[in-house]
Design a binder for this molecule. Structure first.
Ligand code: PLP
Length: 372
C-alpha cells in the first residue's frame, strides 16, 4: 500500500510536483520504448541526448537566454561553484580582487572558499545575525574588481535580494548564487556574468547544478591549472558531457522545466511564490508577536521563511517543539529551523502548492489560538 504523501516544507532536497513524480513512475520500467529506465542508458545514447538537448532548450526559452551564454549541467553542487568561480575569475582584472557581498551563511561560505585562491574584499563587515543588509552607500567596493559576487537568496537566514545591487557599476561582472530562488521569479540573465543553482530546491533533485555563463569571459581566463572537472571551457566544448553527467538528475530537471512551462512559465511561478509567501508573512505579522520573523521587510525571502514562536518576549523552544510535533501529525514535515537560527523555517519552493500552504496557515492559526 501507499503511505500518505507528506507535505515537505524542507529547505532541500524538496518536494516535487505530483505530476512530475507520476510521469517518472509511468516511464520507470520503459522510457520511450527503450525497454530501460533512462538511468540505465548510456549518456551517449540518442534517447539521453534528446533529454539533455530538450532541457537546455527549455531553460533557454524559460529565461530567454541569448546564444552568447552557455548553459552547463554540472556536478559538485552549488558548493562546487564556490571554488570554480574564483578559480576562473579571481584574477580577471589587474586588481586581482573579487568583491563579495556577504549577507548570510551561504555567501559567507563562498567568500571563505574564494579566499583560498586569492584576494577577497568583503563589501560589508562580517555580520553574525544576518537579519538586514546595510545601506549601499556604506558598502566598500573595489575600484575595478574582477567580479562582484552575491547570493540572491540566503536559504538559512531568509534574506532575498531581488535585483542586482544598483551601486555596482555596469562593467563589473556579476556572479550570483541563485540556488534557493532560481525559477521562482523572472530575472534578466544579461545582467549577469555567471548564475548558478543546484537543482534540488526549485527544479529537480540533487546531483545537478545548472550554470549559466557569459561565454566571452572564458576567453579571458588566465588560470591554466583549473581542475578539469571544474573547467568551464571543457564543459562548454563537450556539451556538459566531458565525463558521465548525472543523467537521472538531468532527466528530472527536463521534466521540471516542462512542468514550469506548462504552469505558465516564470510569470506563473512568480505569482505562486508571491501568493504563498505573502500569506505566511501575513499570519506572522498579524499574530501580535506570537510568530516573529526578524528580517528587514525589504529583504524578506519568499522561498525560505524563518520564524520564532515567542511568549513573554522570549523564543519558546518548548512551544516550537510542540509546533513541529503537531505539524508532523498533520503530515507537514521538515519545518525545523536551521540550527544556526533555531525556531521554525518554512521553505516554499516551486513544488509546494497553494493548497498545501493554506493547510500550514490553518494550522498556524489554530496553534496560536491553542497556545497563546
Ligand atoms: N547556496 C545556497 C543558497 C544553498 O541554499 C545551498 C544549499 O542548501 C548551497 C549553496 C549548497 O548547495 P549544494 O548542497 O548543492 O552544494
Amino acid at each position: 500500500g501507499h503511505a500518505v504523501r507528506k507535505i515537505n516544507f524542507g529547505a532541500g532536497p524538496a518536494q516535487l510536483p505530483l505530476e512530475v513524480l507520476e510521469s517518472v513512475q509511468a516511464e520507470f520500467l520503459d522510457f520511450n520504448g527503450t525497454g530501460t529506465n533512462i538511468m540505465e542508458l548510456s549518456h551517449r545514447s540518442t534517447a539521453f541526448a534528446k533529454v539533455i538537448e530538450d532541457a537546455e532548450q527549455d531553460i533557454r526559452d524559460i529565461l530567454s537566454i541569448p546564444d552568447s551564454y552557455a548553459v552547463l549541467f554540472f556536478q559538485g553542487g552549488a558548493t562546487g561553484q564556490f571554488s570554480a568561480v574564483p578559480l576562473h575569475f579571481l584574477n580577471l582584472k589587474p586588481s586581482q580582487t573579487a568583491d563579495y557581498l556577504v549577507t548570510g551563511y551561504w555567501s559567507e561560505k563562498a567568500a571563505k572558499e574564494a579566499e583560498k585562491f586569492g584576494k577577497v574584499n568583503w563589501v560589508i563587515p562580517k555580520g553574525s545575525k544576518y537579519q538586514d543588509v546595510p545601506d549601499e552607500d556604506t558598502w566598500k567596493l573595489t575600484e575595478d574588481p574582477s567580479y562582484f559576487y552575491y547570493c540572491s537568496n540566503e536559504t538559512i537566514h531568509g534574506i532575498e535580494l531581488i535585483d542586482v545591487p544598483a551601486i555596482v557599476p555596469k562593467h563589473v561582472p556579476i556572479i550570483c548564487d541563485m540556488s534557493s530562488n532560481f525559477l521562482t521569479r523572472p530575472f534578466d540573465v544579461t545582467k549577469y556574468a555567471v548564475v548558478f543553482s543546484s537543482a534540488q530546491k526549485n527544479f529537480g533533485i540533487s546531483g545537478l547544478t545548472l550554470v549559466i555563463l557569459r561565454k566571452d569571459l572564458i576567453e579571458k581566463t588566465c588560470n591554466k591549472s583549473i581542475p578539469t572537472i571544474l573547467d568551464y571551457k571543457i564543459h562548454i566544448d563537450n556539451g556538459s558531457m566531458y565525463n558521465t553527467p548525472p543523467t537521472f538528475s538531468i532527466y528530472i530537471t527536463n521534466k521540471m522545466f516542462n512542468w514550469i512551462k506548462q504552469q505558465g512559465g516564470l510569470k506563473a511561478m512568480n505569482e505562486l511564490s508571491h501568493k504563498k509567501s505573502s500569506r505566511i508573512y501575513e499570519i506572522i505579522d498579524q499574530s501580535n508577536g506570537f510568530y516573529i520573523n526578524s528580517i528587514n521587510k525589504k529583504y524578506r525571502s519568499r522561498t525560505n521563511i524563518p520564524f520564532r514562536i515567542v511568549t513573554n518576549g522570549l523564543p519558546n523552544e518548548k512551544l516550537e517543539t510542540l509546533f513541529l510535533k503537531q505539524a508532523s501529525q498533520l503530515n507537514m514535515i521538515e519545518l525545523k529551523g536551521h540550527r544556526a537560527v533555531g525556531g521554525i523555517r518554512v521553505s516554499l519552493y516551486n513544488g509546494i502548492t497553494l493548497e498545501q500552504t493554506n493547510i500550514l496557515i490553518d494550522f498556524m492559526r489554530t496553534f496560536q489560538t491553542n497556545n497563546n
